[in-house]
Design a binder for this molecule. Sequence first.
Ligand code: SF4
Ligand code: SF4
Length: 219
Amino acid sequence: MPDDQEIIRAALRRARELGADVAGAVPAKRLIDCPSAVADGYRGSQRDRGTYIVLGLYHDPEHPELDLWEPDRGTPGDRILTGIGRDLGRWLQEHYGVESRVIPYQPEAGGIYLKDAACMAGIGRMGRNNLVLVPGYGPRVRFRAVWVELECPDRDLPKGDLCAGCEGYCIRACPMDALSTGRFSRERCLERMNADKASGRERIDHCRACELACPARGE
Ligand code: SF4
Ligand code: SF4
């Protein structure tokens, strides 16, 4: 029987075969006090054992429909990620007898801070636009996580500021001035998101200005 780390490595390969563009693993207990959880005064993971497998899907700007949000349905991109997570869970059960669960999207519903998790899983590093800059894809990746009853070791995180030398295109592009102080203003960004939701449109194309303006490829 392979050990936990071997199964996790196989699961990350399988996630890519199932359609994820990137995948990584992070111990569940590391998310409890992740930076976003501390900032919110919230417990960042309901679980202190097991591993979160973080799945990422590239949202090509040429396919904006992946991001169209509908009440109670989320976005098509998120539904694709959820499907990959479920397929991965079935595969883990069938091949290794391992329990898993696609966790909810929102931390307050039992999810985790996905961007923190993606960084801790070594998938990318946080940019000044408060998005994860992923090698090969820049900030245009959406995430979901699957909890698995396997233990993985902690990893050293890559260092370095991927925004160093950039003129700050994201800062200039933001219509809410949410990035200009050097610290992301969630309140200002949320104001824009809530206005989008209140627009009455059936399917909402949320603001992506800071994402689409970013030239980084996360290398
Ligand atoms: S999503 Fe839009 S409003 Fe929010 S920080 Fe980015 S550019 Fe600004
Ligand atoms: S636009 Fe420049 S400063 Fe903003 S996230 Fe991208 S690389 Fe960083």
